[in-house]
Write a protein that binds this ligand. Structure first.
Ligand code: 5AD
Ligand code: SF4
Length: 440
């Protein structure tokens, strides 16, 4: 028997790419994964195009593999993900050693593409096929896996925020059928998964159909998942404020398995900038929404995305963003310096000076870090359920997460991965908590 070939996948960007990388590795059946590119027969970069830096990283990473390819010309190199979608054949022109370019909507065709590159040809596929790639992918293997998993339920975006490439790289909003999601979720649970994070670029716009013609919104899908025995925790990300429906807000108050954490990007606190970003919500509508969500689930931890230095952002606009961050009291934040993306409307507009944007980013990040720590500190002394994910750095230590997604380290913990146990929080350090098991 020949030993399996080796595949090295490097994943950039969002959680959706993490999920796609898993599925691509599964689709390439004759391969087993390796952590070292030097051992690989195929190197696949699953790329992100959201900001300029992310895309540039791909080219510099490819440059690093050049000596490997020169030494072993039969090593195959592929680029997948959003840079592949956006740049297509341009990647092969810029880096002729690339054998394969596959977009995020066509990776179910990887086996045929791999067969083609093995004959020495190049393979390029950046179609948006009408057929559902998930239906054409191989059934997921049955091997045991860790206690948490991502599950893509929705892809694409119809919102067209003026700064964002996603509607161009990932295409229009599409929801996967309900039954397939439920089958995949049951299968994950059978393999040891206790927590599923439902993924979508605009996950709360999910609108799927069942084989019997029935329809389901994200809230209805969550209630169906809630019935799966052994599935203990449900999360979803990323959401647009305008798609936070009443039933979804209500689910946060009534569905025990739905965790008290919500990632709800606001991007800016200035109405002028929000309008120019084409966000189609205002500062006030966002604040009112947060109020309604907190009425349903008072302890929910709100996380956000923020962009500084969007074209025409003034000091006052920036002050408005800092102000909304204080008002909402975000428990977690991801902040970015605006990066003009080719083909997006904002890319045509005059840019804020780089030094000004840098200073704003620093100021905003300091505020978020302060708030994040203050909220984490409120966990001290509380008893919380922790889902244990993996051993910690020290002998006998385990690391898990609370419902609020804070990492917790517990010493002298003999519980296995996947166990959920009550933990008393005794210490709050920079990016995590420490706790001890509560003896029942
Ligand atoms: N520049 C900077 N940040 C961006 N994001 C999306 N596009 C850009 C861009 N052109 C950020 C947004 C989004 C997150 C995933 O990335 O905050 O919510
Ligand atoms: Fe991009 Fe806006 Fe769609 Fe989010 S909602 S993916 S930021 S266009």
């Amino acid at each position: 028997m020949t030993s399996p070939k080796k595949l090295f996948i490097k994943t950039y960007g969002c959680q959706m790419n993490v999920y796609d990388s898993e599925r691509m590795a599964e689709a390439l059946k004759g391969y087993e994964q390796t952590d070292t590119p030097e051992d690989a027969d195929m190197i696949l970069l699953n790329t992100c195009h959201i900001r300029e830096k992310a895309a540039e990283k791909v080219y510099s990473e490819l440059g690093r593999y050049k000596p490997l390819k020169d030494a072993r010309p039969d090593l195959k190199i592929g680029v997948a993900g959003c840079v592949a979608q956006a740049e297509g054949g341009e990647i092969m022109r810029r880096q002729p050693m690339v054998d394969l370019v596959v977009g995020p909507q066509s990776y179910h065709r990887l086996p045929e593409m791999e067969a083609k590159v093995l004959t020495g040809e190049k393979a390029l596929d950046t179609d948006f096929p009408i057929d559902d790639k998930f239906e054409h992918l191989a059934a997921r293997p049955k091997a045991a896996r860790g206690p948490t998993a991502f599950l893509t339920v929705q892809e694409g975006c119809d919102k067209f925020c003026a700064f964002c490439v996603v509607p161009y790289t990932r295409g229009a909003e599409v929801s996967r059928p309900v039954d397939r999601i439920l089958t995949e979720a049951r299968d994950l649970v059978e393999r040891g998964v206790r927590e599923i994070t439902l993924l979508g670029q605009n996950v709360n716009a999910y609108h799927g159909f069942g084989t019997d013609g029935s329809e389901a919104t994200l809230a209805q899908l969550i209630w169906k998942l809630d019935k799966i025995d052994g599935l203990e925790r449900i999360r979803f990300t990323t959401s647009h404020p305008n798609d936070m429906t009443d039933e979804l807000i209500e689910a946060h108050g009534t569905c025990d398995k739905l965790m008290p954490y919500l990632h709800l990007p606001v991007q800016s606190g200035s109405d002028k900038i929000l309008k120019r970003m084409n966000r189609s919500h205002t500062r006030d509508s966002y604040l009112k929404l947060i109020e309604r969500i907190r009425d349903a689930r008072p302890d929910i931890l709100i996380s956000g995305d923020f962009i500084v230095g969007f074209p025409e952002e003034t000091d006052q606009d920036h002050a408005d963003t800092l102000d909304i961050i204080r008002e909402v009291n975000f428990g977690q934040g991801f902040s970015f310096k605006y990066s003009p993306r080719p083909g997006t409307p904002a890319a045509e507009r005059p840019e804020v000076e780089a030094a000004v944007a840098d200073a704003r980013l620093q100021e905003l990040q300091a505020l978020i870090a302060h708030q994040q720590k203050a909220i984490q500190d409120t966990m001290l002394g509380r008893e919380l359920d922790v889902l244990f994910e993996k051993p910690g750095k020290f002998e006998g230590q385990m690391m898990g997460k609370t419902g609020y997604l804070h990492a917790v380290h517990v010493k002298n913990c003999d519980l296995p991965r996947g166990a959920i146990a009550r933990v008393r929080i005794i210490e709050s350090v920079r990016n995590s908590l420490a706790g001890e098991l509560v003896n029942k």
